[in-house]
Design a protein around this ligand. Structure first.
Ligand code: FPP
Length: 257
């Protein structure tokens, strides 16, 4: 089975047009709890099995030439889950980041994080900072973890910042445009996602990158996150490459590709 998976991943990868690879892929990793329940285990076991798919998605993205991979790892709303689950997720985060940093660095991955990072436990902040500092100069791919993140949290923060600057005469109302808004969001410096993937069969955005995905292509799969493998990312990219991105124009107006 494993060999078959590897072969099919390899075959799919070879079909990818290297000239039209999405620059930024964002992923809503969903279905850990349902996967665990199907196995007769507790939800936490689903999260533990959610780490290997992250390695697979990152490897596949790097192999395909994706430059930015952003993962929705913990939402603002996830704080309301049972304490044992939140604690287990935070512990897993620390353990995973500390355990993977050498490998990330060796592979040219820059680790980045967005969200209300100050709300994370101290151990988590320290592990993140150390890994981000260590990998800051890498440029093969940027792996962004959205942690204690929600788009409405980010937009609210951005609006308050702009309103305060206008009130205190540091900013002119007429200088507020799409570019400035982008610069004031926590995703500043990341290009907008070209492709958004959600696993587990749910077809919604759940407060993720609402401003940034204005023109992203959406790809939904019934695969539960712990079952996500390299070939799924390659399938998503191939599907993306079959689509026509018109940005409000007509087909005829688009430059020939
Ligand atoms: C969604 O599944 C998953 C999460 C809320 C957490 C994602 C965490 C991981 C993949 C593990 C570790 C992450 C890092 C960055 C080390 P769910 O619990 O909502 O599943 P359900 O919808 O089936 O209940």
């Amino acid at each position: 089975m494993k060999n078959n998976d590897a072969r099919s991943a390899q075959e799919l990868r070879q079909q990818i047009d290297a000239a039209r690879v999405p620059v930024h892929v964002a992923v809503i990793m969903d279905g850990n709890g349902r996967w665990a329940e199907q196995q007769g285990n507790d939800r936490i076991s689903g999260h533990l099995h959610g780490v290997q798919p992250i390695r697979e998605a990152l490897t596949a993205a790097t192999e395909a030439g994706v430059k930015y991979l952003t993962l929705y790892a913990f939402s603002t709303e996830n704080w309301n889950r049972p304490k044992a689950e939140v604690d287990a997720l935070m512990e897993l985060l620390v353990r995973t980041i500390a355990g993977e940093v050498d490998e990330l660095d060796r592979n040219g991955v820059r680790l980045h994080a967005i969200g209300d990072l100050d709300s994370l436990p101290q151990g988590c902040r320290t592990a993140l900072k150390q890994a981000m500092d260590r990998t800051a100069r890498n440029g093969r791919i940027t792996l962004t973890l959205a942690l204690s993140y929600s788009s409405r949290w980010d937009i609210l923060r951005m609006v308050r910042g702009i309103a305060t600057d206008i009130r205190e005469h540091r900013l002119d109302l007429h200088a507020v445009n799409e570019q400035l808004i982008g610069q004031r969001l926590s995703t500043n410096g990341l290009p907008c996602p070209d492709l958004l993937i959600r696993t587990s069969g749910e077809q919604r955005i759940s407060n993720f990158l609402l401003w940034e995905i204005a023109y992203a292509e959406l790809w939904f799969t019934p695969v539960l996150w712990p079952d996500f493998r390299k070939q799924h990312l390659f399938q998503a990219i191939l599907d993306y490459q079959r689509r026509e991105r018109r940005y409000g124009l007509t087909s005829e107006q688009l430059p020939a590709s």
